[in-house]
Structure formats: C-alpha cells, structure tokens
Ligand binder design. Structure first.
Ligand code: ZN
Length: 196
C-alpha cells in the first residue's frame, strides 16, 4: 500500500468523466488499497479514483466513530438508484483544500455498486453519508462541489483560535476560488519540475 498524491482543482483529470470498471484485477485492488490509505491519512470522509489521477469509477468512503476504527466502504461502479428529501449542508473536498461551500443534497440515498470481490452490494445512507456518496459519485462525472454550491456560500476556511469552530469563513466568488487553486497547481507543478 502507498499514499497517492491528491490532485487539486485545476488539474484536468478531475474534470473528466471516469470509465466504467470492466474487470477487477491486481492493479485495481492496489488502487483501492492506496485510495483507502490516502483517504484515512488525509483524513477525509471520501475519495474518488480521479482524485488520485485514475479516471475509473471507484470511490471509497469512511465513517468515523470516536474510539473506533473507521468503517470503510469500497464501491466499484457505484450508482444512486433512489433519493429522498433535500437538505442544505456544508461541504469540503481534499481536491479543493480549505474551501467550504453549502450544497443541497438528498437526505437519503440508496447506492448500488460492486465490492472488490465483484459481488453486487446495495447501501442505504442518510445525512452526512448520503451527502458523501453524492459528492464522491459527482467526482466520477467530473463534477466538483463548487459547481453545485449555493451562490454566495463559497468561502475559504481561515484558521482562527478565537472562533469556537477553530476557523472563520472568508467568502469569495467561485471564479476567484478556482483562480487561486489553479495558481496553487501551477506552483506545485513548477516545484515538482524543479525538484526533478
Ligand atoms: Zn471531493
């Protein structure tokens, strides 16, 4: 297992539609293992394959419960087959570091997918996990949460000791957020090139 580099908004792979997985081989199992490790290391609630540069329809999610090992879900070719309700909630993404936005998502979803043994699985999720499934499956279609965020809800989370949340929000436009992230990508790529 190995940590993979998480792509940042501005890198083209994040905007591509991912391919359906046709067979489960050693390379895919390795990718799933690496995605889980990368997600738990971040730590994040979910990670989609395009976020590590693989345009394949696979996502991993984690449910964190205090004092317990995270419960990991691996989903191959996931699809949402049922939704119910609609709720507003805050979202972030490992590919848009420190960015926050409010997105309307279903309160409940039913997801069908395959596990790493190729067995069909069905999962029902509510609240935060329903939101996470929608967010991760969006990644497989090249969609990011800022595309869906309510107008005027996009903001940087600025660390702030005086705020009880540990941060305050600095509101910006979607275009400004994408600009800043693009510059972050360019800087990172230039550094990588320089370091050879
Ligand atoms: Zn994301």
């Amino acid at each position: 297992m190995a940590l993979r580099r998480i792509l940042i908004c501005g890198e083209p792979e994040l905007r591509k539609k991912s391919r359906k997985i046709k067979n489960i081989d050693g390379t895919l199992i390795e990718l799933l293992d690496d995605m889980v490790e990368t997600m738990l290391d971040a730590p994040g609630v979910g990670l989609a394959a395009p976020q590590v540069g693989e345009n394949l329809r696979a996502v991993v999610l984690a449910e964190y419960e205090e004092g317990e090992e995270p419960r990991v879900h691996e989903c191959i070719n996931p699809r949402i087959v049922e939704t119910e309700g609609e709720v507003e909630g805050g979202e972030g993404c490992l590919s848009l570091p420190t960015l926050h936005g409010v997105v309307l998502r279903p309160e409940r979803v039913v997801v069908e997918a395959f596990d790493r043994e190729g067995e069909p699985i069905q999962m029902e999720a509510h609240g935060l996990m329903a939101r996470a499934f929608c967010h991760e499956i969006d990644h497989l279609n090249g969609k990011l949460f800022i595309d869906r965020a309510l107008p005027d809800s996009i903001a940087w989370m600025i660390p702030d000791e005086d705020d009880e949340r540990g941060y305050h929000l600095h509101y910006i436009s979607k275009a400004d957020a994408e600009d800043t992230l693009r510059r972050m990508v360019e800087k990172r790529l230039a550094e990588a090139e320089r370091d050879g």
